[in-house]
Write a protein that binds this ligand. Structure first.
Ligand code: NAD
Length: 549
């Protein structure tokens, strides 16, 4: 197995190699010492791309303290002032677009133009949206108080920054995933400590570099690097919330640790996203969508298409189109600026793909294209693979594969399609393909997933305005959109009594007259009817006037 990242501990210890492909080994590193570095290598060529300083676990708590101090002044700034910093960062990113895309490409192996399409353009859009709109999205909101308004009462909610938000992110979208959350958290008035994947620290350091050149005050954003032990130190370091994106097992560990400190978490976890192609779908477009949905980012997206269910009457034609489209894809093993698929990001991820595909083939599945890693080339290259003749018990239909594999099964009725789509531990996104939008919407309501797209796949993470998040094992809470922004603030309810000279009728003393009035409240005021409640007025006036002894 090839290591993707080395953590290089300088003097006085000999070099310690951290096998990032094996998180358990990573956490058993004997001694990390000041001066240690992460050596980042290209996933295919093994060429050294750069080095990142390794953050010691004890340094993480200090970073959080610094963030809290610096965050106090940042929280006092207006939305307009914060927005100016974000917009200035946008300008820098636009000027350096190709260089940043190249860095992302070298750290992950993905084609740099795909980094622009799937990571940079969407994040730039999100930046301008939240820079301009956060003020109105977080304006104080009036809250209805029902019939209590008749007693001069009103309520509203205001939204305050949480303080310090910890962001823990994975390697598959090392630019967009953390940057989106960082921008939203900053716009909401928080300071942020970001712990990127140990496989992609350089992209995260670039995010920090861009924001600091854009005028973000020192320490409002800090990046702490390292493996799971650095992430665990962040959860335990006194942050006010953790925004975690990663795998289900790690998400569970993060939630357990956060429970100990009673801090809230948003968990964006894995997926096994289904696509249902109905008998009236546009076959050509559905097939092209399936190929992009399954193979973009080499299949390493949480919302990659991982299961395809096609109506039996069009299955032959659809599958032939999928295979034709797949065979058009280019995957040069030497790397090229414009290509369709690169290598996978790590040997560990490739070995999961191999396990799923081999198990399926050994149990009767057929690979219509691909089906075996590319041999005789250096690096974790796996070709886009289309599988048929599957059963729903196979791992490739149940576990997250997170690689370039498109398994296709057939169904005969809409009910069967829904049953298959819902027969999963995951619920991130799903899609339904049909020319009958009403029928598609009807099916969408029956699917257990955070997002269901009709005639679309994969891409809605790119829309800043729409909520992102899953159900079941795919996670808790939301990022993006108004729901995602509300995860990054503390809502405070303010209640006002505009008649401060009148005592409340439910205060002491509890005499017979009070009992009669309270029964009236239960029967009439609590009916929600103004007419009914007004019948209580004479008794209310009597109680107000009642002399106190
Ligand atoms: P991972 O769970 O191995 O690691 C994610 C992050 O958690 C890394 O930064 C890692 O260092 C850190 N970490 C590891 N152990 C930790 C601990 N005990 N405490 C705190 N942090 C810890 O995931 P990965 O392999 O980097 O990413 C792939 C997974 O991410 C896939 O399952 C994919 O579906 C998921 N993902 C989900 C979304 C989404 O929006 N739902 C988006 C992208 C990726």
């Amino acid at each position: 197995m090839t290591n993707d990242v080395k953590i290089n501990v300088k003097h006085p210890l000999p070099q310690v190699v951290l096998t990032c492909d094996n998180p358990r080994m990573a956490q058993s590193i004997p001694a990390k010492s000041p001066g240690a570095e992460i050596i980042v290598r290209h996933p295919a060529t093994r060429e050294e791309i750069g080095r990142a300083p390794l953050t010691m676990p004890e340094e993480v708590a200090r970073a959080v303290r610094r963030a809290r101090e610096a965050g106090a002044a940042w929280a006092m700034k207006s939305f307009r002032e914060r927005g100016r910093v974000i917009m200035a960062a946008r300008e820098i990113i636009l000027k350096e677009l190709d260089d940043i895309a190249l860095l992302i490409s070298r750290e992950t192996g993905k084609p740099s133009i795909e980094a622009i399409a799937m990571e940079m353009a969407p994040a730039l859009d999100l930046m301008q949206y939240f820079a301009r709109k956060t003020a109105s999205l977080l304006r104080p909101r009036r809250v209805s108080v029902g019939l209590y308004w008749t007693m001069g009462r009103s309520s509203y909610e205001i939204y305050k920054p949480l303080g310090v938000v910890g962001v823990i992110s994975p390697w598959n979208f090392p630019w967009a995933t953390p940057l989106d959350e960082v921008v939203m958290a900053l716009m909401a008035g928080n300071a942020v400590v970001l712990k990127p994947s140990e496989l992609t620290p350089l992209t995260a350091l670039k995010i920090n570099d861009v924001l600091s050149r854009a005028g973000l005050p020192k320490n409002v954003l800090q990046v702490v690097t390292g493996d799971g032990s650095t992430g665990a130190a962040l959860v335990a370091s006194g942050v006010d919330k953790i925004m975690f994106t990663g795998s289900v097992p790690t998400g569970r560990r993060v939630a357990e640790a956060a429970a100990k400190y009673l801090i809230p978490v948003v968990l964006e976890l894995g997926g096994k996203d289904p696509m249902i192609v109905l008998d009236d779908a546009n076959i050509t477009n559905a097939a092209r969508a399936a190929v992009w949905g399954a193979f973009a980012n080499c299949g390493q997206s949480c919302s990659s298409l991982e299961r395809c269910y096609v109506h039996e009457s069009i299955a032959a034609e659809f599958t032939a189109e999928v295979v034709k489209e797949t065979k058009r894809l280019r995957q040069p093993t030497a790397g090229a600026a414009t290509t369709d698929l690169g290598p996978m990001s790590s040997e560990r991820q490739l070995s999961i793909v191999e396990r799923h595909v081999n198990q399926a083939i050994n149990n009767g599945a057929v690979a219509l294209t691909g089906g075996e890693r590319l041999r005789d080339v250096a690096g974790p290259f796996y070709p886009p693979t289309v599988l048929t003749n599957l059963t729903h018990e196979m791992d490739v239909m149940r576990e997250e594969t997170f690689g370039p594999v498109l398994p296709i099964m057939t169904f005969s009725t809409d009910d069967e399609a829904i049953r298959l789509a819902n027969d999963s531990d995951f619920g991130l996104t799903a899609s339904v393909w049909t020319n009958n939008i009403g029928r598609g919407q009807q099916l969408a309501r029956q699917i257990d997933a955070g997002t269901v797209m009709i005639n679309e796949v994969l891409y809605t993470h790119a829309i800043a305005q729409t909520p992102w998040g899953g159900t079941k094992q795919s996670g808790l809470g939301r990022t993006h959109g108004e729901s995602g922004l509300l995860e990054l603030v503390r809502a405070q309810h303010v209640h006002v009594n505009r008649l401060p000279f009148l005592p409340d009728l439910w205060w002491f003393n509890y005499d017979e007259g009070a009992g009669e009035l309270f029964r009236g409240f239960a029967r009439k005021f609590a009916s929600g009817s103004l007419v009914q409640a007004s019948l209580l007025l004479p008794r209310m006036i009597r109680r107000w006037r009642q002399p106190r002894n």
